[in-house]
Design a protein around this ligand. Structure first.
Ligand SMILES: Nc1nc2c(ncn2[C@@H]2O[C@H](COP(=O)(O)OP(=O)(O)OP(=O)(O)O)[C@@H](O)[C@H]2O)c(=O)[nH]1
Ligand SMILES: [Mg+2]
Length: 305
């Protein structure tokens, strides 16, 4: 599984890890130039200006205090810095069995990978022995319902949907009621990524939350915001928008396999102060992984392929 993560992160690794290793190769002393190269590599991987500057200034301080005598020590210190940033707000996604059904609302702009991540998450939860029901809350596109139904079939889990011009909140309400009646552990609700405009989308999501609170005042128990790694720094803007409106509780970063901008994970972790629960490193059922900061940094900085 680590191999799958490593290969998924190959592009970003080439950007940060490989790039750095090559840049720093041959340099025996850690000087200003080495730190500048490091800074450039982080910015190119989309770690963001603020996060990058924080890292560089802390490392510069340590170099000045002569704590980092050689490139090897600098690399170790970088790994520790990166892991700390990811670990600060990290905790694992877990289903609280006190809440049944445990309701997970999945939000994000269009095309980021919400529906696909739901399919993969259903697989992970089933492997944990949980019963799962999917709610086809994206009623904006007809094809969205079918797409979720396919994931339902793949996983052997029920999908609650209404065809036609159903209202998202009422579909999700039905799904929770149905899960309750069947004694199902987890409901994962899909939502639209695009409506007529952003204000409509945010209104709809607020309504979804309001309506499900009628069945369970604590629902949704988790609100997962899905971010596409390829969008780099724009993900931060999306995070701010959704956080304000629907109280996001955790992040899923998708498509890390298709981009060299995986450094955005550091900016997202630091700026949103939310846990990253899962990362997507491919399109198959097995390509959603629980996020582990140490493992992620190791996969990024491990020497070349
Ligand atoms: N390579 C790769 N592709 C992914 C990943 N996650 C999702 N995709 C692909 O991204 C595309 C969009 O995924 P969807 O799950 O439909 O995205 P969505 O957010 O539900 O989109 P809307 O319903 O239109 O808002 C699909 O082609 C997925 O296969 C990933 O981790 N890696
Ligand atoms: Mg979708």
């Amino acid at each position: 599984m680590f191999g799958r993560l490593r290969s998924g992160l190959a592009r970003t690794r080439a950007g940060i890890g490989g790039g750095l290793a090559n840049l720093l190769l041959g340099e025996k002393v850690v000087d200003e130039e080495a730190l500048e190269e490091l800074e450039t590599a982080l910015l190119l991987a989309d770690a963001g200006v603020e996060t990058t500057q924080g890292i560089i200034s802390r490392l510069t301080g340590r170099v000045k205090r002569r704590e980092l005598a050689n490139v090897d020590a600098l690399f170790q210190a970088l790994a520790a810095e990166l892991t700390d940033i990811l670990a600060k707000h990290a905790h694992g996604f877990s289903v609280d069995s006190e809440n049944r059904p445990f309701v997970v609302l999945v939000v994000g702009v269009n095309g980021v990978g919400k529906t696909t991540s739901i399919g993969k998450l259903a697989h992970l939860l089933k492997q944990e022995g949980k019963s799962v029901l999917l709610a086809a809350g994206d009623t904006f596109r007809a094809a969205a319902v079918e797409q979720l139904q396919i994931w339902g079939e793949r996983n052997g889990v029920p999908v609650v949907a209404q065809h036609g011009s159903a209202d998202s909140a009422s579909v999700i309400f039905d799904a929770i009621e149905s899960a309750r009646a069947r004694g199902i552990d987890v409901v994962i609700a899909d939502t639209a990524g695009r409506l007529q405009n952003k204000a409509n989308l945010m209104e709809e999501l607020k309504k979804v939350c309001r309506v499900m609170a009628k069945l369970d005042p604590d629902a949704p128990h988790e609100v997962l915001l899905v971010l596409d790694a390829g969008t780099g720094q724009n993900a931060l803007v999306q995070a701010r928008d959704f956080k304000d409106i629907v109280g996001v509780t955790g992040i899923v970063i998708t498509k890390l396999d298709g981009t060299a901008k995986g450094g955005m994970a550091f900016a997202v972790a630091e700026q949103t102060q939310l846990p990253i629960y899962f990362i997507g490193v491919g399109e198959s059922l097995l390509d959603l992984r629980p996020f582990d900061p140490g493992e992620f940094v190791q996969a990024l900085l491990a020497p070349g392929d």
